[in-house]
Write a protein that binds this ligand. Structure first.
Ligand code: SF4
Length: 860
């Protein structure tokens, strides 16, 4: 290794320039291999390079051909050792042939170099920044998504296991800039004796003192580096990362945020920030014209910000402007918001919503607190998804009678205020007092309470497999929420929900979902969300495709191109990613080739996790609450509508995943993966067929390989069929539908008016009234049992007396549908609003923001 410029000194770094690959030459010499990189084994270590860590790993053939990789690759990966201050490069071709790039290359480097016994804060742990061969590509197709990988404390905090391999996926432009500096990735090893930041400008690599930055927020640090190094792209951690909080993020250029606990790994290495600038402003592409045609075709499809669950999740208004990632047409929610004080930052997706309803309930008006809440988390370097989970758990635990406020010194009556969030975030980031327990996240905190508190199901996951059953097998094989995988079926279902709710432009009907299931998920059985039929095959396909995408670096908002707004069947095209790759590299790729790479990376990750202590079968599991508790709500669709048998619109309210059904599904999945069904372990032959024989040898040495893949016998298969029949029967009678309806005569006339007056009076209570300040809306009640329509009108926040109408209002803002007996039961507090939802006695249609405000009535 060369000595990197030491702290406070400058010295140019010269890469070896010997990093070569045989891929291009092989393609030329063996045209029969053209079409599939996966048939090529990567070249081995470049002779004399000397930078490879010891240990048998995924090297492929030790080949010394010296032709270049396809030009889209830079050909080298930068390695920096924080313990010695030295740097070197390693050849990309060691990994690209089998793993393409991005997540695949990072996982392979991790397998090679990180001992399974090492803790996340050990010098042997690696921080691996990786992206795919499309990174830095201009045009609109994106391809510049990137990731950070390494051993993280997050899985230990979340699941109570040890430190594990984990990762985060980011957008913005940092990855593209590193590619412009001439690298296909960055590997950081060792631990610095003092805080440092890393500067990379083409071949010049330097470690700089960061004593003055340590303790500062991530956003402030990035701004400070931006002033010192204009034109550089930066990433940084906040105090949460410095204090090794498992929920700590890395904040990068364009407000891209990396979760998975990677901020804590930066902190453990005392690496505060990285700044990079490259002088190459473009990436060589083999067939630009082909890419241009694909780009133009996608733009012409009119995809983009579609309504999901009948709602528009996009932030609009003069304070917002689109902020796409590098080289992407940005048909998504990625928006930058400028606050009244001039502070600006991203404002989209979960981070936009996680504090919104708490803030509106607290202040009683719309304000900028949700934006500032996001900025606070980013500044301290904390994951908003995990902070949301903590808040949900605290509320659930308090409601269940646990003394969370007393034990954790929290005043939940202030929840919604900016001060409450600031105090919470600061305590977590500093691990001060109860912050030490809060820093474990919701599941970790729950474990510290023990008993029934540890089993509380508080998280409202929009992709919950009790609702979107295609997702049931996507959780058990990952060490964090696998959001890229969950999006595939989740975004289809959310758009189908818009269709089911009658949004005029929604085009994903039940028939389209069936078409998508056939083309993308292995069969139309996967389209029926009420059963687990077809879900093993669907999970297999989604995992392989999504992992291949993460090797490639394309975004899950755009790919796969699963639906087409225009067209006859509206079913998308699963070949687009492979066509893009073909054009970029100049060699033909098919969909199957790409998925094969994803399958290889999936197996490599399985091997990594098994080696680190993940127990096959036992840990291939879902949270107990998803088996034991019926699903009660959804953040955007309280009806939890989903396509059922024959595409029928059904509600998943009250559904749970029975253990025996899940066990059967897991068994089917093992079989499809070619694993040994009783143990869930891969086999030597299976791994060899994926060109992972070396990985198989590594597992075998640890007793983690099955000698052969045992299959279930005829009796077990018969039993499975019987269990499947039982599952269908259970699906037809979820718990929710067994609830007895309220009884008694219907209400009419003055009696009904009196009950509605009582409802109106609730809006006059001080705790509720402020939420509806300035409202001018119409709330319509439809009572099917008596065929009557009534309205409550809000005029400047004041509710007018109830009015009976001859028919429905043309466009009411809020629609309630319930019979008058249910209304009476709710008014008398014999039936809660939640139970009325759950038992489908009450239906509500309203804008998402209005629904959030109406939640304040539940506290009465
Ligand atoms: S579609 Fe994905 S890559 Fe493109 S701008 Fe949006 S988030 Fe970034």
């Amino acid at each position: 290794m060369r000595k990197t410029e030491g702290v406070g000194s400058r010295r140019d770094h010269e890469p070896s320039g010997r990093n070569r690959c045989a891929i291009a030459q092989k393609l030329r010499r063996h045209p029969d291999l053209v079409g599939s990189l996966l048939q090529l084994t990567a070249a081995g270590a470049t002779p004399g390079c000397g930078c490879r860590a010891a240990g048998g790993g995924p090297r492929g053939n030790e080949e010394t051909d010296s032709m270049s990789l396809p030009k889209a690759y830079a050909g080298r990966i930068l390695r920096v050792d924080l313990s010695t201050g030295r740097s070197e490069t390693l050849p990309t071709d060691r990994y690209a042939g089998r793993f393409l790039g991005g997540r695949g290359t990072a996982t392979a480097i991790y397998w090679d170099e990180v001992p399974p016994e090492a803790a996340f804060d050990a010098p042997e742990n690696r921080l691996i920044v990786a992206f795919g061969p499309l990174c830095g590509m201009s045009g609109g197709l994106g391809g510049s998504r990137w990731g950070i990988f390494g051993k993280s404390p997050f899985p230990a905090a979340a699941r109570g296991a040890g430190d594990r391999f984990c990762y985060g996926n980011l957008g913005g432009a940092f990855g593209a800039e590193l590619r412009f500096a001439g690298y296909d990735g960055l590997v950081v090893q060792g631990v610095s004796a003092r805080p440092v930041w890393l500067e990379i400008e083409d071949d010049r690599v330097a470690l700089r003192e960061a004593d003055d930055l340590w303790g500062r927020g991530a956003l402030e640090t990035r701004a400070a580096l931006g002033e010192r190094r204009p034109g550089f792209r930066t990433l940084a951690i906040g105090p949460a990362g410095e204090n090794r909080v498992p929920l700590a993020t890395v904040q990068a250029d364009g407000d891209a945020s990396c979760s998975g606990g990677m901020g804590a790994v930066f902190g453990a290495k005392r690496l505060k920030a990285v700044a990079v600038r490259g002088s190459r402003r473009s990436v060589p592409i083999a067939d630009r014209e082909a890419l241009r045609r694909i780009d133009a075709w996608i733009r012409g499809l009119g995809r983009g910000n579609v309504k999901v669950w009948g709602l528009d999740f996009m932030a609009h208004g003069p304070e917002t402007r689109r902020a796409p990632c590098y080289g992407c047409m940005g048909h998504c929610l990625r928006v930058r918001y400028t606050a009244r004080d001039g502070d600006a930052g991203k404002f989209m997706c979960q981070s936009r919503y996680f504090y919104l309803h708490h803030a509106w309930n607290y202040y009683g008006e719309e304000n900028e607190v949700p934006f500032r809440a996001n900025r606070l988390c980013d500044a301290w370097g904390l994951d908003t998804w995990e902070v949301q989970g903590l808040i949900d758990w605290l509320l659930a635990a308090r409601a269940a009678g646990f003394s969370v406020e007393h034990e954790l010194e929290l005043d939940l009556s202030r929840l919604g205020s900016l001060e409450f969030l600031e105090d919470l975030v600061r305590r977590i980031a500093e691990r001060r007092g109860a912050g030490e327990r809060l820093a474990l996240g919701a599941q970790g905190l729950a474990r510290t309470f023990g008993g029934a508190a540890a089993r509380l199901d508080a998280r409202c996951d929009p992709y919950d497999p009790r609702y979107c059953t295609v997702n049931a097998l996507l959780y058990p094989f990952e060490t964090r929420e696998p959001i890229q995988q969950l999006h595939e079926a989740g975004l289809v279902l959310s758009q189908w929900s818009s269709w089911a709710k009658g949004v005029p432009e929604a085009h994903i009907s039940s028939a389209v979902v069936r078409g998508i299931a056939e083309r993308f998920w292995g069969g139309r059985a996967a389209a029926d969300m009420t059963t687990l039929d077809g879900k093993a095959e669907a999970a297999h396909r989604i995992q392989d495709r999504q992992l291949a995408k993460e090797c490639l670096g394309v975004c899950d908002w755009m790919f796969p191109l699963i639906d087409l707004p225009p067209g006859d069947d509206h079913v998308g095209d699963p070949t687009v990613e492979s066509r893009i790759l073909s054009a970029a590299l100049g060699s033909p790729f098919g969909e199957a080739d790409l998925c094969r790479i994803g399958e290889r990376v999936f197996h490599l990750q399985r091997a990594v996790l098994l080696r680190e202590g993940h127990r096959a079968v036992e840990d291939d599991a879902l949270p107990a609450a998803w088996h034991d508790e019926p699903i009660r709500t959804h953040v955007a669709d309280p009806d939890l509508l989903a396509p059922g048998p024959g595409g029928r619109v059904v509600s998943q309210l009250g559904r749970r995943l029975h253990r025996r059904d899940f066990a059967r599904l897991r068994e089917e999945y093992y079989e499809r993966r070619g694993w040994d069904v009783p143990t869930g372990l891969p086999t030597r032959a299976g791994l060899a067929a994926l060109d992972l024989a070396d990985v198989g040898a590594g597992l075998e040495a640890r007793g983690l390989l099955a000698p052969r893949a045992r299959r279930p016998g005829p009796l077990r298969r018969l039993r499975r069929a019987w269990e499947r029949f039982g599952e269908r029967r259970r699906c037809l009678e979820p718990e929710a539908r067994r609830a007895a309806p309220p009884t008694g005569p219907s209400l009419r006339g003055e009696a009904l008016r009196a009950v509605l007056e009582a409802e109106r009076a609730k809006f006059g209570l001080e705790a509720v009234r402020r939420n509806f300040r300035g409202w001018n809306k119409v709330m319509q009640y439809h009572f099917p049992d008596i065929g009557e329509y009534w309205v409550l009108r809000f005029v400047d926040g004041e509710v007018q007396p109830p009015e009976r109408l001859e028919g429905p209002v043309e466009r009411p803002d809020i629609r309630y549908e319930l019979d008058t007996r249910t209304l009476r039961a709710m008014s008398n507090r014999e039936l809660s609003g939640e139970k009325a939802y759950l038992t489908r006695r009450l239906r509500i249609k309203a804008a998402f923001a209005d629904l959030l405000k109406l939640q304040s009535l539940n506290r009465l």
